[in-house]
Design a binder for this molecule. Structure first.
Ligand code: ARG
Length: 476
């Protein structure tokens, strides 16, 4: 068992100190409360490092075998709780060295630390952790996108009022609207894939900051850890956390995308809108008002997006202004992303369940689709097709709206004479575009809401998601 001058088991430093750390410092410095999350990755890193040490001649074949066996044993003890961090352990690395020595003895256990530093270790481990969770979150996103796609397919012909400024604008298909929430999530999947390429550089071998003197094969360690390559610069490798910040950004963006969708579900679930009914299993009641059925999942999603953004901004503030290379400030990188991961991994399945079980009141949506003069643009564009300049067409259509608004009638209600009195260009034929279905079908330009275009985008989306699933390794 190693001890420092203060006699503390598991200390990784102490030789040049007259005494141990003050209790105040020890309490401040300690990170095992949160970095224990990385214990399994620390052991994986240690196995890879042991192989590099053996290859370079610092461990015999027998020692390597014993070292790997001891690390496997330690991993099992960690997994089932037989080995845990002690009060005297500063961090996960010191605790696990203490554990290794318990299993392998001081002679062999004491050899592993050669040629590595906690600085290159920690920078590697957080990447390994995030890469694994990128896969979990990616798979959960795919499930959510699938749920949105199923709802779009089940409601492929239903119209609703499309809005800008939250006001009725032009009628759209519900499937088009739903897919408008799926595409940002597809881009989040793309972001996770792209991030993965940058996160697969391995800092192991960078040492404390300047590289290792022992001739260890960093490419071997990278390959053992499933990473592409060693980091190009040892100082950058130990000091930069942009990979962590970028991950926090992606989780924030996912949170924001869920929050935007949530806001609509919350509105749609009001008595005034009455567009959706939430499944009982995915809504909550009130302790005092028996009639209440609340959209808590959507509200929690909206709320948790704030928390995710907070994690990102906190982390960015920590990184700002740090000189090269490692600084202890960097210990603050982990809690924000651990929290982001835990938050999303609990939120996404609940959100998916809410979407999958949502029932749409398509009758009410269809009834409202033409209201608010949402076909006025169709009138203007019909006039353009008759050869009227858009500037005039806009005016004529506006006058028609004013006429109908004053009388409290719909755009399709004025008789032929009234239409002609507003403008001779308004022949009875204009009625061909004064239906919701006609309006929707006519929006057949790229990315439009016409049924054919929506069917195309649905195919494009599902193809893209299948490709991304494969790239992220989440395909089942
Ligand atoms: N616990 C530190 C971190 O999370 C890693 C250890 C590096 N400590 C040090 N004194 N060099 O970043």
């Amino acid at each position: 068992m190693t001890t420092n001058r203060a006699g503390e088991a598991g200390a990784l430093w102490g030789g040049r100190f007259a005494g141990g750390p003050s209790p105040e410092l020890a309490r401040l410095s300690k990170s095992t409360d949160f970095d224990w999350e990385l214990a399994h990755y620390d052991i994986r890193g240690s196995k890879a490092h042991a192989k590099a040490l053996a290859q370079a001649g610092y461990l015999s074949d027998g020692e390597l075998t014993d070292m790997i066996a001891a690390l496997t044993e330690l991993d099992e003890r960690v997994a089932d709780g037989r080995f845990t961090a002690a009060e005297s352990d500063e961090d996960v690395h010191s605790a696990l060295e203490r554990g290794l020595i318990e299993v392998a003895g001081a002679e062999l256990g004491g050899k592993l630390r050669a040629g590595r530093s906690r600085n290159d270790q920690i920078s590697t481990l957080v990447r390994l952790y995030l890469r694994d969770h990128a896969q979990v979150i990616g798979a959960q996103l795919v499930q959510l996108i699938d749920a949105i796609v199923s709802q779009a397919e089940a409601n492929s012909a239903a119209p609703l009022p499309g809005r800008t400024h939250l006001q009725h604008a032009q009628p759209v298909l519900l499937s088009h609207h739903l897919l408008a929430h799926a595409w940002p999530l597809v881009r989040d999947l793309e972001r996770l894939r792209d991030w993965g390429a940058r996160a697969s550089a391995s800092p192991y071998g960078a040492g404390a900051l300047a590289g290792s003197t022992l001739g260890l094969d960093a490419a071997l360690v990278a390959a053992e850890l499933g990473l592409d390559r060693p980091s190009e610069n040892s100082m950058d490798a130990t000091a930069s956390r942009d990979v962590v910040a970028e991950f926090a950004f992606i989780t924030s963006m996912i949170g924001i995308n869920l929050s935007r969708f949530s806001e609509e579900i919350i509105l749609w679930n009001t008595r005034e809108f009455d567009y959706v009914t939430l499944d009982d299993a995915y809504s909550t009641g009130s302790s005092i008002m028996p009639q209440k059925k609340n959209p808590d999942i959507a509200e929690l999603a909206r709320g948790k997006s704030g928390r995710l953004i907070g994690n990102l901004t906190g982390l960015l503030s920590t990184l700002k202004g740090l000189p090269l290379s490692y600084n202890r400030d960097l210990q603050e990188d982990k809690e924000p992303v651990f929290d982001a991961v835990q938050t999303l991994e609990v939120l996404l399945p609940a959100f998916t369940g809410m979407i999958a079980t949502l029932r749409f009141n398509t009758e009410r949506m269809a009834y409202q689709a033409p209201q608010g003069f949402s076909l006025a643009t169709d009138v203007a564009e019909w006039l353009v097709k008759q050869g009227v300049a858009f500037r005039d067409a806009h005016e004529i259509s506006g006058e028609l709206v004013q006429h109908c608004e004053q009388r409290g009638i719909g755009l399709d209600e004025p008789d032929d004479e009234t239409l002609a009195s507003i403008s001779p260009h308004l022949t009875p034929d204009v009625r061909s575009v004064l239906t919701v279905a006609g309006s929707i079908a006519s929006r057949s330009g790229a990315g439009g809401t016409a049924p054919d275009r929506v069917a195309e985008q649905l195919t494009a989306l599902t193809t893209r998601v299948a490709e991304l699933s494969r790239a992220l390794g989440t395909a089942d």
